[in-house]
Design a protein around this ligand. Sequence first.
Ligand SMILES: [Zn+2]
Length: 111
Amino acid sequence: MRTRKGVTLIELLVAVVILAMFCVIMIPGISRIAHRAKVAGCESNIQKIEDAMEKFKQENGSYPENLKIIAWDTTYFPAGPIVCPFTQKEYVKSPAEEGKVDLTEHDHGST
Ligand SMILES: [Zn+2]
């Protein structure tokens, strides 16, 4: 009987097809997890900024006029201004609600 060494083209194709199917199944799940992680990161940023505005108010008697005043202040943000993980833009203070971040037009899309 002849002994075989290596893999045949069919075996290779089967392996490639299985890997391709695996990728097709996994990629949407992975991107959904990445999306959720970014949303959580953004929510955490918003909380940090609102906490910083609260801290600013305690020290200065009123909320900062805009976020640029505190964004570069290392007392509030030691690592520099915080940006949304989706838009890479700095956050804006809510014009209506004191001490809140403006979330109008702050859309992350859906996944
Ligand atoms: Zn965001």
